[in-house]
Design a protein around this ligand. Sequence first.
Ligand code: GAL
Length: 351
Amino acid sequence: MKKIFALALCAVMMLSVLAGCGGNKNDAPADNTPAQNEPAAPAENTPDAPEAGGTIGVCIYQFTDAFMTTYRNALQEILEGKGYQVTVVDGANDQAKQNEQINTFITQGVDALIINPVMTSAADQIISTVKNAGIPTVLINREPTAEQMAVYDKLVYVGCDAAQSGTFQGELILDTANKGDINGDGKVSYIMVQGDPENIDAQLRTEYSVKALKDAGVEVEELNLTRGDWMRERGQEIVANDLAQFGAQVEVVFCNNDDMAIGALQSIQAAGRKVNEDIYLVGVDALDAALNEVSNGNMTGTVLNDAVGQATAAVEQMELLLGGKTYASGEQSVYVDYVKVTPDNVKDFMG
Ligand code: GAL
C-alpha cells in the first residue's frame, strides 16, 4: 500500500515538473508564434551567451593598500572597457563589513563577483555564501586552499605563486657582489619586515626569500622579524627601530612588499646608511615608487607583481564562468608569473 502511494506521489511530482517546464519564460505564447521563415529570437539566459553589459561586483580587502589600488584600477578599466557595469567596494580590512558587501551584491542580483578576501581564514564562509547564491566567482590576491575551493565548481582563484616571489627576493641578494655578506663575517644578517601574516603571500615570501640563501649554501642570521601589515608607515617604524637596535649588523632588509620597502628606505637614509654599499634592500610588487628607487640605486631590487596581468586573467576567467565553464577540484588556481626587477632591466617596467 505504502509503495503504491509512493509511486502515485512520484507521478504527481513528475507532472508538476513538466508543468513547470511549460511555464518557462523562453516559450513563445501560442498566439505569437513566429512565421516559419523568420529567424528565431535569440534565446535569453543561455549559459554561453552572457549579456553584454552585465553587472559585476568587485570586493577589495582595503582601498588604502598601494598594490591593490593599482590592481583595482586595472580591473575597473578592463571591465568597463568591455561594457560591464562595475561596482567596486572597500572592505576597509574588516571581514564582517566585506561579508555584508557580498550579501548586498547577491541581493542586487549581480552576474558575477570578483573578491579579494579580507581574511584568508574566511574563505570557507565566502565560498559557501556565493555557492548558495549560485554566483560565478573569481577570488583574487589571497589564495585559499584547493580543498576549500573544491566545494564550488563555479569558483576560480587568480593570483601568483607566492613562493616564487620569495625565491626571487633571495636571488636578488645572491646576485650581489658579496651575496649579501657585506661585512665578510661568513653569514648574512637580515631583518624581515613581514606583511599581514594571516596571508599566504606574507608567509611564503618570508620563508622562501631566506630559503633561497640557505639552498645556495649561505649562512643566515635573523636579527628580527616584525609584521608591518603591508603598510609604508609600519615599514618605516620597524626599520628605524631595528637599525637603532642592531646598527651596522644589519646587512639585508627583506620587505614582503614595496610599500613597506619605501618606508624602510626612509629610515635607512635617516640612519645615514647607503643601499647597495652598506646595506641591501628588496621588496615585491614593482610599484612605480620602487621602480624609481631601483633605477636610482636606492633599492637593490624588487619583484614584479603583475597587477594588469592578474586583472586581465581575472576578467578572462570571469567570462569563462559566465559562459558556463565549471572547474574540477585541484584545477581552480590560475597563476600569473612574477618577474625579478634589477637595475639592469628596470627600464623595461617603467611607464
Ligand atoms: C600582495 C602584495 C602586497 C599587498 C597584499 C595584499 O600580493 O604584494 O603589497 O597588496 O598582496 O593582500
